[in-house]
Design a binder for this molecule. Structure first.
Ligand code: XMP
Length: 514
């Protein structure tokens, strides 16, 4: 006899919420603290078991190696955070309280950090002078030039040592280059690991890649090989470049479309249209615009929302992913100020019940304080989690260190707080005048314009590097998976079940029973 598999939690819970609402009764919404995950018989011997696969789906064809996104908040994610979290297997979303030029520049920094090989190597003609190469070097920040003829045939290579070999700035490149007959090269199709072996044996930092016709198709570098070895779990695209996302808004649609173009040109892997109330006309206009634009070839995620109805609307307008959370965040005051929100487990389940069957991803955004909350969010129907507070105060967050006596702090401000809004407004001015980006984070005056800000402002003690938070989150997630016998992220939502706990149960989990 065939036993029918029980429908997953998100499906049943969403149906319960809807039924109650239809009857005009307020349903009981659940959040992380309301539930515990029930253990199941498991064949996973340890959380470190190789059978566990944490590959996570962001949206479209973009994946990471851990279900962790750092929030697009100006005290959490700029290029340093994005770079580090992607190297560790997650991904960062660069916030939008920046000029579009600055935001795109930061995306490019992350994309340029590493690659399998440089497919557009720095090249010059044989008659380029030392003076011109020195100028180019400053602009392009490169330590070498390939010397090529107009047909892309490799004639030689020029490194810093060659440039320094002459005092005459008008010397042409072909007179100082190491010629191609003395160059080590590798054929097209060589892997980064193979190229690294060649570079080590020959004690060289770079090795050009040649096609069978002898044309240059790229350059492998020791730096890229070292990064690949040091960060084997990095989230990368098909060119070996780190994955990075960026947020856009909806207020001035034309300006935000322009922003999106710049981000796409800089190589961004996905865009999040991020506003407080995603189930709105402004969101629909912007989403429709981006989803239909053939020049924008990256997945578009829209949010924030908390209901199945909103999910239907945004999927209908072309969203590839949905960001869920109205007011659960550590720096959020929306529920207090506006009285609006939905308990986060219920919000995730409501959206997942619509999104999963449409093959649209769900990002659980906010409210997760512990690794166990991520496990619960994934059972509730999320594909991946977005975190602000858990990364607040880490070394890679933007902003200055605040020193008070012997203690050190960093800021963590809600994006709807007065301070964050002032920084957003000042972003143009600061870049143009001082060029020192950190200036934006110096003490700001309180803005009298916002009558009821929906973001809190905090100073959080300086914690260690991002790596430590990732190790903690990943350890907890793996443990949770082993308890419910889930080998993959998508199995978590199929296999996980909840039990509701009482206040006594909650006390018990914090060791508060006498
Ligand atoms: P956690 O709990 O990880 O949440 O700190 C991060 C998320 O909080 C949201 N966020 C805000 N929500 N007012 C709000 O109501 C704000 O000022 C605010 N700032 C951030 C956002 O979704 C973020 O990812």
């Amino acid at each position: 006899m065939l036993i029918k598999e029980a429908k997953p939690f998100y499906f049943r819970h969403a149906r319960y919420l809807q039924k109650q609402l239809k009857m005009g009764l307020p349903p009981v919404g659940l959040t992380f603290e309301d539930v515990l995950v029930l253990p199941k018989h498991s064949n996973i011997p340890s959380r470190k078991d190789d059978s566990l696969n944490l590959k996570s789906h962001i949206a479209g064809d973009v994946y990471t190696n851990l279900p962790i996104i750092t929030a697009n908040m100006d005290t959490i994610t700029e290029w340093q955070m994005s770079q580090e979290i992607a190297l560790l297997g997650g991904v960062g979303v660069i916030h939008r309280y920046l000029t579009s030029e600055e935001q795109a520049r930061q995306v490019k920094i992350v994309k340029d950090k590493t690659r399998t090989f440089q497919d557009q190597p720095f090249s010059v003609h044989p008659d380029t002078t030392v003076r011109d190469m020195r100028n180019l070097k400053k602009k392009q920040k490169t330590g070498y030039f390939l010397v090529q003829d107009t047909d892309n045939n490799l004639l030689g290579i020029i490194t810093d040592r060659d440039l320094d070999s002459t005092d005459d700035d008008s010397t042409q490149g072909h007179l100082i280059m190491t010629p191609s007959d003395r160059l080590i090269t590798v054929p097209e199709g060589t892997t980064l690991e193979e190229a690294e072996k060649v570079m080590k044996i020959k004690r060289i930092q770079k090795v050009p890649v040649l096609s069978s016709e002898g044309r240059v198709v790229g350059v492998f570098t020791q730096k890229d090989a070292q990064i690949a070895r040091k960060f084997p779990n990095a989230s990368k695209d098909n060119k070996g470049k780190l994955i990075v996302g960026a947020a856009v808004g909806v207020k001035d649609i034309e300006a935000e479309v322009e922003r999106t173009y710049k981000l796409v040109e800089a190589g961004v892997d996905f865009i999040i249209i991020d506003i407080a109330h995603g189930d709105s006309e402004n969101m629909m206009k912007m989403l429709r615009r981006l989803a239909k634009d053939r020049n924008i070839n990256v997945p578009i995620i829209a949010g924030n929302i908390a209901t199945g109805e909103a999910a239907k609307v945004l999927i209908g307008e072309g969203a590839d992913g949905l960001k869920v959370g109205i007011g659960p965040g550590w720096a959020c005051d929306t529920r207090i100020v506006a009285g609006v929100g939905r308990a986060q487990i219920s919000a995730i389940a409501s959206v997942a019940a619509v999104a999963v069957s449409n093959k649209i991803t769900v990002i659980a955004d906010g409210g997760m304080r512990n690794p166990g909350d991520l496990v619960k969010a994934l059972i509730a129907g999320a594909d991946i989690g977005m975190f602000g507070g858990m990364f607040a105060g880490t070394l890679e967050t933007p902003g200055k260190l605040i020193t008070k006596g012997k203690k050190k702090f960093k800021r963590y401000d809600g994006m709807a707080s007065n301070s964050a809004r002032i920084r957003a407004r000042n972003s143009h001015q600061i870049i143009q005048t001082s060029g020192i980006y950190e200036d934006r984070y110096s003490d700001t005056e309180v803005d009298a314009e916002q009558d009821a800000p929906e973001g809190r402002e905090k100073e959080v003690p300086l914690r260690g590097p991002v790596r430590e938070v990732v190790v903690y989150l990943e350890g907890g997630l793996r443990s949770g998976m082993s308890y419910i016998n889930a080998h993959t992220i998508s199995e978590i939502r199929k296999k996980g079940t909840f039990e509701r706990i009482t206040q006594a149960g909650a006390n018990e989990q914090y060791g508060e029973v006498s």
